[in-house]
Structure formats: structure tokens, C-alpha cells
Design a protein around this ligand. Structure first.
Ligand SMILES: Nc1nc2c(ncn2[C@@H]2O[C@H](COP(=O)(O)OP(=O)(O)OP(=O)(O)O)[C@@H](O)[C@H]2O)c(=O)[nH]1
Ligand SMILES: [Mg+2]
Length: 392
């Protein structure tokens, strides 16, 4: 079984209800309202797991629900938040809304995390509703239900080279000669019925190869095994087309373009079935693959992860007015708002933020030095050696 496409229902946890309660103490007969808020329901996320290769785990799952928030308590005690639910998927998984078809995002690295269903807010407890008019409010808010969504997960495996050919064209044989994979090799057609992955070592890097189950004339109409496995070729850089007769290549290329025109824009290597059994031809092929992937090393300075991170983080904008440096960043401002600067040990929260945003380096690049005044989104700081100190 190789599940690479699945639709499941997911639901965020419900918010817990707020409490309706009044303060009770022995000699205080008329205590005020003290009902706490309900906890928030857990969110549902899709996250990457580099150790997974398929979506098989979700095959038998119909609905996945995050934990609900618990009820608020008397004494203004809030309910506990429900735990978030993580749907772990192999890298390369695309996520769609199953009802609208809308593309929600894709998981390409283990740090990718996609929110698919929000947990509901907790209800407000009656202590929130105290006013001069209502000294003893008999009201508490219910929790908000968690969001419910049907999502479709489609795995488009992350590979470098896709081996494509008609039945019995030697795909499995070639994969077994180039990589550590041990696919079944046999005389009959359609021996390979699901994608098989293997790794080829150039000496500098690992190249991931995949054997796509055989393509035949009419695959796009569902003949043979159909063309659905071509999605595992979509992210490949190189297509390795195996053939016996020149006409085979025409059939393959026609089927590729009927699946997705962009496939033919990739680097294409054609290789004759008989050459698989020629040691020198095989060596030439290995050299060609090595050349393609080792040269990439020079042109790709950022890892995928760094690149994505730098896109996602809004850049800091720094402006010097007089002797003061003004920093603005919506993201940083939001994080700073969670800190109470009157607390003695607030630096335990502040310092990691400064580091995460690379604030010291950014300030230095803009000419700031120790002792300079820095205002971040309206909050005053002084730059010191290796840190930034809150100073009102
Ligand atoms: N010319 C030649 N053919 C061979 C040799 N060894 C095996 N074969 C044949 O090459 C074919 C290769 O089979 P596979 O590697 O399983 O082919 P495949 O493309 O993976 O086939 P499917 O998975 O069924 O689509 C078989 O028909 C074998 O009989 C050999 O030494 N020389
Ligand atoms: Mg095979």
C-alpha cells in the first residue's frame, strides 16, 4: 500500500465554557462574581516529518479532532487550553481544502507548520461582566466551537531524478544499479506498482531517485496503472527516460505533456535499455547525474529552510532621528507586547527575542553603538554590549 492522496475531516477543539460563580467565604456572605474564562480549544496543524515516506497512516482515519478547552472555574480560575493536534506528513505534501479545492500550502521541510483548523475561543466567565448595574451577573459565555474543515493531502515526493519508462524497460534494474534500493525486477509488465525510492551518492551530496510505475499509451485515460504516480516526478529536477525503441520516447513524452506540460521543461536524460547492461555506459550516466547535482552546490547558497525563513520574517526597519534609533517591525512589536517590563526578570523573555530578530547586528549595521538610545515600536531601550536594556 502506498497512500499518496487522502481526504480527512479535521476539527479544532471547542472552547471551554466560562464559569458562573460567586466568591464564597465564611464571614463574607455576598462575594462578587469570580467565574473564570474557559480554555481555548487546540488548533490543528499539518507538520513535516522527514522520516515519513507515505500518507498510509491516515488511510483509516476519518476525522481528527484537537482537544477541547476545559471549563472555567470559580476564584477566577481559567480553564486549561486544549492541546494542539499535529498531523505529521512526509515532506512534499500539498494541502488543499477538499470542498473548495483551494491550495492551503505545502510542507517542504521539517520546520514547516500549516494551521488548518483553529480551536474555538474559551467563553468569558461571569467575573468579566461585573458593573455598577450588575453586581451579581448571572451570565457566562459558552465556548466557541472549533473550526471544522475537510482537507486533502497530496504527497508529491521530494526527489531529484525520476526514472520513467514503459513496462519492462529496465527501470527497476537501473534503480537497483544506481542506488541502495532493492526493487522487484521481473520479466512481466507492471512489476512495480508503486513508486520506489533510492539514494545515489555523488560523493558530495545524496541524490534521491524514484522509479515511477510504468507509463503506457493511454495512461492519461487510466490505462495500465494510470498516470497518477507522475505527481512524484513533479518536483524532480531531472527526468530519466528509459526506452527500447525511439517510438517509446514519443509515447512517454506525449503522456508526460498530457499530465502536466511543465514536466517536459525539466532536464531530460534519455537512456537505452541495453545500455543498462554496459558498464561504461552506466558510468557515463552516473557522471552525468553527478555533474548536474554537484554543480548545483555552487549555485544554491541558502538551504531551503533559511531561504523560507528570510521570506517569512518581515525585515526590521531602522531609522536614525537625531541621536535615537527607531526600530519598527510588526512581528517584533507583537512579541514585545507579551512582556511585562515592570517584572524584575523580564530580560529572560526579552533577550531571546533580540537574538531571534538579529536586532543587535541590524542596529550595528545602521551605525548604532553602545550607550545609544533605541526605540522599538514606541518602547524605549538602551543598547549595551551584547544586549539591549529596557530603560524608561
Ligand atoms: N538486455 C538485457 N535485459 C535484461 C537483463 N537482465 C534482465 N533483463 C530484462 O530487463 C527487464 C527489466 O525488468 P525491470 O527492471 O523489472 O523493468 P521495469 O521497467 O522496472 O518494469 P516494470 O516495473 O514492470 O514496469 C526484464 O524484462 C528482464 O528480463 C540483461 O542482462 N540484459
Ligand atoms: Mg519496475
Amino acid at each position: 500500500m502506498f497512500v499518496d492522496e487522502i481526504t480527512i475531516k479535521v476539527k479544532g477543539g471547542d472552547g471551554g465554557p466560562g464559569a458562573l460563580s460567586f466568591h464564597r467565604e465564611k464571614y463574607l456572605p455576598k462575594g462578587g462574581p469570580d467565574g473564570g474564562d474557559g480554555g481555548k480549544g487546540g488548533d490543528v496543524y499539518v507538520v513535516g516529518d522527514e522520516n515519513l515516506e507515505t500518507l498510509n497512516f491516515y488511510h483509516s482515519k476519518k476525522k481528527l479532532v484537537a482537544e477541547s478547552g476545559s471549563q472555567g472555574q470559580g476564584n477566577r480560575k481559567s480553564g486549561r487550553d486544549g492541546a494542539d493536534l499535529y498531523i505529521r506528513v512526509p515532506l512534499g505534501t500539498c494541502v488543499y481544502n477538499a470542498d473548495t479545492g483551494k491550495f492551503l500550502g505545502e510542507i517542504l521541510s521539517p520546520s514547516d507548520k500549516l494551521l488548518v483548523a483553529k480551536g474555538g475561543k474559551g467563553g468569558r466567565g461571569n467575573s468579566n461582566f461585573l458593573s455598577n448595574r450588575y453586581r451579581a451577573p448571572q451570565v457566562a459565555e459558552k465556548g466557541e466551537p472549533g473550526e471544522e474543515v475537510r482537507i486533502t493531502l497530496v504527497l508529491k515526493s521530494i526527489t531529484d531524478v525520476a526514472i520513467i519508462g514503459l513496462p519492462n524497460s529496465g527501470k527497476s534494474t537501473l534503480l537497483s544499479l544506481l542506488t541502495n534500493a532493492k526493487p522487484k525486477i521481473a520479466e512481466y509488465p507492471f512489476t512495480t506498482t508503486e513508486p520506489v525510492f533510492g539514494v545515489f551518492d555523488t560523493g558530495l551530496r545524496l541524490v534521491r531517485l524514484v522509479e515511477i510505475p510504468a507509463i503506457i499509451e493511454g495512461s492519461h485515460r487510466g490505462s495500465g496503472l494510470g498516470n497518477k504516480f507522475l505527481k512524484h516526478a513533479e518536483r524532480a529536477r531531472v527526468l530519466l527516460l528509459l526506452f527500447e525503441k525511439e517510438e517509446d520516447l514519443d509515447i512517454i513524452k506525449t503522456e508526460l505533456s498530457l499530465y502536466n506540460d511543465n514536466l517536459l521543461k525539466k532536464d531530460i536524460i534519455t537512456f537505452h535499455k541495453d545500455d543498462i547492461y554496459s558498464e561504461s555506459r552506466l558510468e557515463t550516466l552516473k557522471d552525468r547525474i553527478t555533474d548536474i547535482f554537484d554543480s548545483l552546490k555552487l549555485s544554491v547558497p541558502l538551504s531551503l529552510e533559511e531561504e523560507r525563513l528570510s521570506i517569512e520574517m518581515e525585515p526590521l526597519s531602522i531609522e536614525k532621528i537625531g541621536e535615537t534609533f527607531y526600530v519598527s517591525s510588526k512581528d517584533l512589536a507583537k512579541d514585545l507586547r507579551r512582556i511585562d517590563f515592570t517584572q524584575r526578570d523580564h530580560h529572560l523573555l526579552l533577550n531571546p527575542l533580540i537574538k531571534r530578530y538579529g536586532l543587535l547586528d541590524a542596529l550595528r549595521r545602521n551605525g548604532a553603538k553602545e550607550g545609544d538610545r533605541v526605540i522599538i515600536e514606541g518602547i524605549p531601550f538602551v543598547m549595551l554590549e551584547g544586549r539591549i536594556k529596557y530603560e524608561f
